[in-house]
Each structure stands twice: as structure tokens, then as C-alpha cells.
Design a protein around this ligand. Structure first.
Ligand SMILES: Nc1ncnc2c1ncn2[C@@H]1O[C@H](COP(=O)(O)OP(=O)(O)OP(=O)(O)O)[C@@H](O)[C@H]1O
Ligand SMILES: O=C(O)[C@@H]1CCC(=O)N(CCc2ccc(Cl)cc2)[C@H]1c1ccccc1Cl
Length: 334
């Protein structure tokens, strides 16, 4: 019992040995096992610090969540969702990996991959916009990560350039799964209510009850980020895998145009533009990319391109999908 108050946790590490046999290693990690470094960033309920494992000298990002703050803001369920989602998505180069979690009386700790390159958004802002080659590379890596998430029954629901981090090789690391949805397999086809509308999960119900209410007045609502919210989330209040592909379309547009397709003076006006599909391509937007975006920013999620359609779209011609995509050198951002 002594390890409990050291803020340690016993975590079972799944381990595949050299002959591919799965074994389990009992790993006990706690606050004392790390030396904490600089602050990488702050979230609404979290601080992310660079840290080094004292034994292995491996560097991590440790996300520290203040329990009191989370409880006060009624965000406990988001913490559990983030943990459960990250645990499911442990094996893809494009997704931030969760190595350990532990706690002490004040905080919760998530030991994550360190993404030293910062947010993709920072680069789009710095350069103004990306050329086609860079958009193709980063779009392909983001799509490959989305395909993996969806194959594990996870919908991210808040994809945006801020949540696309970059590692030391300038490769994509997607983060921020607190607002993700796990399609629990048995009830994947959710029971519809008598009015034929799909049963909403808690976060969707929260969101539905809070549409149009400004952020500061919202009681515990699920917040997607206005510019990337899909129309179905605004009209039917429910997200689906296609919602991530809508956000993907917004991201591809933004990388090439230097701005998201739907942006207005306030959230509510942005929502209106989305549900009315009110957006324009800037002059000079590449034709092939325009065709791709037009087939993603479709109001009816069932009419949007599927991941396979996107992978074979001319815009991604020449991309080698799969492992090779993650081994190649990232194109220089210029
Ligand atoms: N694995 C990581 N490696 C490097 N930096 C990270 C990592 N995870 C998060 N950060 C940085 O730390 C900051 C806070 O991230 P965090 O996920 O805690 O909050 P957030 O999701 O950005 O904010 P909010 O909780 O309000 O949505 C972000 O700006 C992000 O750039
Ligand atoms: O789900 C788990 O793995 C454990 C289970 C045991 C436990 O006590 N916790 C912490 C639960 C919790 C969540 C939110 C707050 Cl604000 C306080 C405690 C969970 C936990 C520990 C460390 C980091 C995250 C989490 Cl959810």
C-alpha cells in the first residue's frame, strides 16, 4: 500500500516480445519517477509540462489536471473519456500515445508522447498558407490517423489545426480526445427514439441544450470549436464518423487558403454559415483541391466522401498510404 501516497500507479504495459508473443509488464510509475521541465502549454483544466523519466531518460509531455477544478467545472466525464479513448488508440504514429496515468491527492497525470514541434495551427499562421505539396503530406497523415481512430470505433469530434501537433520530425500527432465519442460496438447502431431520432449521448444532449447560448453562460455543455463543427451536430445534435471528415475538409481548405471556410463575427453567425453552406474559395485555390473540399463540405453526412474515396481522390495522387507515409521525410514548410 505504501506506493499509493507516492502518487504512483501500477500500470499494466502490454508488451509484444520479439517473437510477437503478447506479455504483460507491471510498471509502477509516479510523480517521483519524473523530473519536470518547462511548461509546454495550458488548457482550461490542465497544464502540460515537459518531463524526463529518471530511469530511462525518455522525454514525455505530462498533462496535469487539477482535481478540484475539474470537479467544480463538472468535467470528470471528459477526463474518463480522454483516458479511455487514448487507451484504445495506443498504436498509431499519428496519434499522441498515453504511456501511464497516475494521481496524487491534488492532480491527475497523463504521461504522453512529447510533440516538440507544437501545433500545426502555428505554422499555418506563420506561413499564411501551405503549398499543395505540404497540404497533401499533412492532409494524408491526418486522414491516416482518422482512419485508424474510426477503425477503433472512436470519433474525435473536435479536429482542428490546434489539435494537430507536430513531433521532432515534423510528423503529425493528433491530440485532445476529451470530447471524443466511443462507438460502443454492441449498440453501434444506436436505438432510435419513437420520433426516429438517434438516441443522444450525454455530451450531445448537453450540446443540444446549449446551442446558441454563449460559452460563458453554458452549463456544462459539450464544446466543439465553432469553425469546424459539422452541420449534423447543429441540426440533429448528433455526430458521426462523417463529422470528422467534415472537419478534415475544413482543415484542408484552411491549409491552402490560410483561413477556415466558415468564419463569422461570432459563434452563432458561424453556425448559420455552416448550416447554409455559405463559404467561398479564394482566387487561386487549386482546382483539384477545390473538387476534394466540395465533396467533403456536404451538408448530408451520408453524401460526403468516405475515407477510401478521399485516399483515391486525384488530390492525393502519388501518396503512399500506410507505414511508408510515416517513414518519409516531411516536406519543408515554406
Ligand atoms: N503531447 C503534447 N506535446 C506537446 N505539447 C502539448 C501536448 N499536449 C498538449 N500540448 C500543448 O499544451 C497546451 C494545452 O493542451 P491541453 O490538451 O492540456 O489543453 P487544450 O486542449 O489545448 O485546451 P482545452 O482543454 O481548453 O481544450 C496546448 O496548447 C498544446 O499545444
Ligand atoms: O480510470 C482510471 O484509470 C483511474 C481509476 C482510479 C481513479 O481514482 N482515477 C481517478 C478518478 C478521478 C477522475 C477525475 C477526478 Cl477530478 C478525480 C478522480 C482514475 C484515473 C487515475 C489517473 C488518471 C486519470 C484517471 Cl481517470
Amino acid at each position: 500500500e505504501e506506493w499509493k501516497d507516492r502518487g504512483a500507479a501500477v500500470s499494466i504495459q502490454k508488451h509484444i516480445d520479439s517473437n510477437g508473443n503478447q506479455t504483460h509488464r507491471i510498471v509502477k510509475k509516479g510523480v517521483q519517477d519524473f523530473s519536470f521541465g518547462r511548461t509546454l502549454g495550458e488548457g482550461s483544466y490542465s497544464t502540460v509540462l515537459a518531463a524526463t523519466d529518471r530511469q530511462t531518460l525518455t522525454e514525455y509531455a505530462i498533462k496535469v489536471l487539477d482535481k478540484r477544478h475539474i470537479i467544480k467545472e463538472k468535467k470528470v466525464k471528459y477526463v474518463n473519456i480522454e483516458k479511455n479513448t487514448l487507451n484504445r488508440l495506443g498504436d498509431h504514429p499519428g496519434i499522441v500515445r498515453l504511456y501511464y496515468t497516475f494521481q496524487d491527492e491534488r492532480s491527475l497525470y497523463f504521461v504522453l508522447d512529447l510533440a516538440t514541434g507544437g501545433e500545426l495551427l502555428g505554422f499555418v499562421k506563420k506561413l499564411g498558407s501551405f503549398d499543395e505539396e505540404c497540404t497533401r503530406f499533412y492532409g494524408a497523415q491526418i486522414l491516416d490517423a482518422i482512419e485508424y481512430m474510426h477503425s477503433k470505433g472512436v470519433i474525435h469530434r473536435d479536429l482542428k489545426p490546434e489539435n494537430v501537433l507536430l513531433d521532432e520530425h515534423m510528423h503529425v500527432k493528433i491530440t485532445d480526445f476529451g470530447t471524443a465519442k466511443i462507438l460502443d460496438l454492441p449498440s453501434q447502431t444506436r436505438a432510435n427514439n419513437s420520433d426516429g431520432k438517434p438516441q443522444l449521448d450525454r455530451q450531445e444532449q448537453d450540446f443540444a441544450n446549449n446551442i446558441g447560448i454563449p460559452d460563458h453562460e453554458r452549463a456544462n455543455s459539450f464544446v466543439g470549436t465553432a469553425e469546424y463543427v459539422s452541420p449534423e451536430l447543429l441540426t440533429d445534435k448528433s455526430a458521426c464518423k462523417g463529422s470528422d471528415l467534415w472537419a478534415f475538409g475544413c482543415i484542408v481548405f484552411q491549409l491552402l487558403a490560410g483561413r477556415p471556410p466558415f468564419k463569422a463575427g461570432n459563434e452563432y453567425q458561424t453556425f448559420q454559415k455552416i448550416v447554409n453552406l455559405e463559404y467561398q474559395f479564394p482566387p487561386g485555390f487549386p482546382k483539384v483541391a477545390r473538387d476534394l473540399v466540395e465533396r467533403l463540405l456536404v451538408l448530408d453526412p451520408t453524401k460526403r466522401l468516405t475515407i477510401d474515396n478521399i485516399k483515391s481522390h486525384p488530390f492525393f495522387e502519388g501518396v503512399s498510404w500506410g507505414k511508408q507515409l510515416w517513414k518519409q521525410k516531411a516536406p519543408r514548410l515554406k
